[in-house]
Write a new protein. Sequence first.
Length: 201
Amino acid sequence: MNVIDAIQQRRAIKRFDPGFKISDADKKKLLSSVMENAPSAFNLQHWRPVLVENVELRKQIREIAWDQPQVTESSLLIVLGAKVSTWEADAKHVWEGAAPEVQNIMVGAINQYYRDRPQTQRDEVMRSAGIFAQTLMLLAQEHGLDSCPMDGFDFDAMAKLINLPEDHVVCLMIAVGKSASQPYPRVGKLPYDNLITIDSF
Ligand SMILES: Cc1cc2nc3c(=O)[nH]c(=O)nc-3n(C[C@H](O)[C@H](O)[C@H](O)COP(=O)(O)O)c2cc1C
């Protein structure tokens, strides 16, 4: 599938076929491909996806997610968590394969960029998570799957349900499966000239 086709065909799906199953091997292939190829700030790969397999947990998540059916009907439900402390914990590790001088530059740059800047630490995690999510959804499309990005849920309750570690945050959920509903027509797209600014606001 061409990238443009995947972009145009991807829609935020509201109902999935609950009988449709993605195999564990295919889930792993899909996620591995995203993790190996999606960009992340300083290659820190902040994402820590939680695959929600437990049926009871799905029901509990649906309760804190405005009763949205995608939570229990999708074959693959990912709560996209992310590790905020990765800049400190993993900087060396993620540059291990590079030349020693590159490693030194990157580790120093990461330290300078993130240290004592909690807002930046969180922003970076969210930026990388957004790109992760879109990469996953486009790839899913290529494999004939449908998806829905979701942040319609109680984030504090979610943190409790998935036992979120102290230095992690929840970014969003992504539901993946086989669509059982027609998407609404694409509406309300804002005109190019209303959104694009040349050089400065
Ligand atoms: C961060 C984010 C959160 C969203 N949360 C939800 C959600 O909780 N439930 C839902 O049905 N759609 C959700 N959506 C889907 C949007 O409503 C949808 O992308 C938008 O209306 C455009 O439609 P399209 O994706 O089909 O082109 C979310 C989208 C994004 C990017």
